[in-house]
Design a protein. Sequence first.
Lengths: 296, 212
Amino acid sequence: MSLRLLRMMLSDGLLALLRGRGLTAAALLIITLTFSVSALALLVAGNLAAAVERNGSPGVFRVYFNEETPDGEAAAAARRLRGVDGIAAVTLVRAGQARDDFLVAFPEMSAGVALLADNPFPPHLEVTVAAAVDEAGQRTLRATLGDEEGVVAVLGDDLWTRRLLDLARLIRRGGLATGLAFALAATLVVAGVTRLSLASRRDEISVMWVVGAPRGFISGPFVVEGVVLGAGGALLAWAAAWGVFRLASVLAEAHPLLGFLALAPLPVSSVLFLVGCAVVAGACGAILTVYQAARA
Amino acid sequence: MYPQGAVALRDVSFHLEKGGFAFLTGPSGAGKTTLLKMIYREERPSEGSVAVAERETGRLAVSQVQRLRRRMGIVFQDGRLIASRDVFENVTFVLRAQGLASRARKERALTVLRQVGLSHRMRSLPRQLSGGEQQRVAIARAVAADPDLLLADEPTGNLDREMSVEIMEIFRRIHGRGTTVLIATHDPFLLRKYRRRVLHLEGGCLTDEGTS
């Protein structure tokens, strides 16, 4: 395809969109609305997963020993647990380290801690659960950890974080699936617009045909129209998602309880996915309609 | 023959040499338009063959047909101008289809519009023109790409005598530059005035061939 033909297709396609600006606006609105659902789903899923991963420490149990347990016994327990199925890693946090961690986390309490004659913090273990362990396996593992000598508490039940991550994954998959489903809807919208555009330019096309215009010259502008409508709709949907993100960010910053969210906009990969779907949908809608019309 | 069984043309055989000029005559419904359509392959014969520039059109692929059409200029009975585009655009859009660059299109369109005496109406829409002017735009469009073969279907059908002569003079000038011209008409005045080869169709059959 020559550059000149491509330029002609582009200018004719854009001109046709401008001429039928009412129809163009309506089609853009519909495509934007459909892709906005996917964009918002991807935005929510991404931020939910990030928030859970940041705040939830998924797959980690904290195993606390009683105050009398010396570091040596805790270390022996750590060695034993490293051989247990379903455990990916065991980190020993000695009593002194536990006190230092506490002081870093709560510096305002340092004066109070300094007054104590003995270190009140017992040693503990941070047990990372293997990714393949399911909910039932986690419950068994939790019981195993609790049975260790000197253990008084097993904390860090991560079931809720796993569930939230599952939910985030579900929303993301839903977003991707609706993205594909809405791409089909966008294809139909573009097909409808192309059909109307073909009808309004029937005379022009028939003259083009008999004067020997190449196929690409005749159908190209319609494909350009479809691609521009699809991509435009997806970009507007992305802009809408960006607007929602900015609004949510402002609200989160203003509300102290939502500070942990640290929202992020749609990642580039998601934007590219949406625009890609929309471009393919627009091109397919236009090509199918032009092909149908040519056969008729 | 059309699918419903109606016969449009039967036993029509003729050869128009390169650079020739001929009239295709006959009453309404004789098959003149169908014959022209077969030449630019908008219609295909159910039997027999049509060859243009020594190529049998029935055997050509779509892209080859389009290439062949780009070497032809066609003036339709009803002009078939694009209502939404002005005179200049009506001419240049054919040149765009031929792949001409913008500057070359402009120059060529201006030249042919000057030739048909319409350079002052470039920005007018077809509906703002008289029937004769519209027909001249259609001729300008047909000759803009400097075709090897010019087909005209009743180009003077709705025009008065003076305007018909004016348009025939344009065809004569185009023919003078080496273009092969075939004009379908049933205007006896033109046949008498311009003594050329005549192909007479009646009831779909070529009944007579001679000079007017």
